[in-house]
Design a protein around this ligand. Structure first.
Ligand code: T5A
Length: 218
């Protein structure tokens, strides 16, 4: 079977802390897919929170910084899932049904890591919410870009002003990172990439992991 055929209907997700280089890595994934013969017209890119018209409104609320009212942690979690369900039902599933390969900038792991690890919300509750809203739907392959939070935030700062979540204390991101690492360790369809390396080294590592994954596909 050709590489292009093997990659049809697959959902690849890139995860990581702020400044890990997800946006940059997504470009590398696109280049790798093109090398496998996948036409650009068969690649669908998504981002979370957001990625749909309604989801982008939810993203705005999540990012919003009001002086006199803060977003409750549970409300934040529910908004992440509201945005995700909208994206999965309106964009991801229809694209996969048309044989597209979907490349997602964040997905379910982010909620477990940020809201479960960072905010300290009950992991069982988050797993139940995921099951209730998305059932068994999950990524076919997850690339987790691992970075020391201090370095990631330094990179994010270099790109512009930090948002509401990015301004949280470093230990929030340390707890978030730990959950990402635990999730990847327990998931055969997920791998860790050392994102502290140079862009060229990160690209090489991503290509290698994608090559290995492709070989494993039937
Ligand atoms: N969130 C999200 C939750 O809390 N729960 C959830 O369920 C979900 C889905 C999303 C926020 O929402 C949270 C997580 C986030 O706080 P966002 O704006 O989408 O917000 O933020 P990020 O996804 O974190 O996006 P960033 O742009 O901050 O990070 P990236 O995309 O990982 O980083 P990137 O590629 O823009 O790179 C940052 C800078 O570093 C440089 C780049 O050129 C850029 O300047 N860079 C490198 N420099 C040196 N070496 C490398 N290897 C480099 N790679 C990139």
């Amino acid at each position: 079977m050709s590489a292009q055929k093997k990659l049809e209907n697959k959902f690849i997700v890139i995860e990581g802390l702020e400044g890990a280089g997800k946006t940059t890595a997504i470009r590398y994934i696109g280049n790798w897919l093109a090398e496998q013969g996948v036409p650009t017209s068969k690649m669908t890119y998504t981002r979370e929170p957001g990625g749909t018209k309604l989801g982008e409104y939810m993203r705005d609320i999540i990012k919003m910084d009001l002086n006199d009212e803060s977003l409750d942690d549970k409300a934040e979690l529910l908004l992440m899932y509201a945005s995700r369900v909208q994206l999965v039902e309106a964009v991801i599933k229809p694209a996969l049904a048309q044989g597209h390969i979907v490349i997602g900038d964040r997905h379910n792991y982010s909620s477990l890591a940020y809201q479960g690890g960072g905010r300290g919300l009950d992991m069982h509750f988050i797993h139940s919410l995921k099951q209730l809203s998305l059932g068994d739907f999950k990524a076919d392959f997850t690339l987790y870009l691992d970075i020391d939070p201090a370095l990631g935030l330094q990179r994010a700062r270099g790109r512009g002003e930090l948002d509401r979540i990015e301004r949280l204390a470093i230990d929030f991101f340390e707890r978030t990172r730990q959950v990402f690492l635990n999730l990847v360790a327990d998931d055969e369809s997920a791998v860790t990439i050392d994102a502290s390396k140079t862009p060229a080294q990160v690209e090489k590592a991503i290509f290698k992991q994608l090559d290995n994954w492709l070989v494993s596909l039937k």
